[in-house]
Design a binder for this molecule. Structure first.
Ligand SMILES: [Zn+2]
Length: 181
């Protein structure tokens, strides 16, 4: 059978890199891999995904989850899944057809609310890797949240300006104004 694998956590936790690595192992085994991302994320380049290690992969832009069913592959990687909406059953249908699905996305918004359909897809997954990064405020604790320090005019998090990974304690202190950036 196929499987649904989710890599999640705050920004800069390495979730995209892990999804790409997992898919690359399948590529070495001769599997056909396709990488998808929502059309709105043009952070670095169009139709390419650039991992923090500088590796480039061609990507296909999709506007909703079920768009991936229009493509044939053995392995489906979906990056920035938190921005996608649509038919989650599409992912089960592919996994039931022996396809491996690797999903990466932010679990929480900067307000610490479940981000888009991430919560649901995590409940459906065969396997979840909940990753952490390093808190950019205290530089010592594990960051589990993404904090937004800029002006608030949109719920949609695209790009990284004003966002930073922080630990639980620093998030609280920032929220209460006990730390000024
Ligand atoms: Zn901290």
């Amino acid at each position: 059978m196929g499987s649904i694998n989710v890599f999640t956590g705050p920004m800069k936790c390495g979730k995209t890199k892990r999804a790409i690595e997992a898919a690359t192992i399948q590529k070495i085994r001769g599997k056909d891999i396709k990488v998808f991302k929502p059309g709105i994320d043009n952070r670095f380049a169009e139709n390419k995904i650039v991992t923090r290690s500088g590796k480039e992969l061609d990507t296909l832009n999709i506007s909703c989850i079920e768009d991936i069913e229009n493509y044939d592959a053995d392995v489906y990687v979906i990056d920035e899944f938190q921005f996608l909406d649509g038919d989650l059953e599409a992912i089960n249908r592919l996994a039931n057809k022996d396809k491996r699905i690797y999903i990466s996305g932010l679990n929480l918004t900067s307000d610490r609310k479940p981000f888009g359909r991430m919560g649901e897809v995590m409940c459906m997954a065969d396997k979840i890797e909940l990753m952490t990064s390093v808190c950019e405020v205290c530089k010592s604790e594990e960051a589990i949240y993404t904090y937004y320090s800029g002006p608030k005019d949109s719920d949609i998090l695209v790009g990284e300006a004003g966002y930073m990974p922080v630990c639980r304690e620093c998030y609280e202190k920032l929220s209460m104004g006990m730390i000024n950036l």
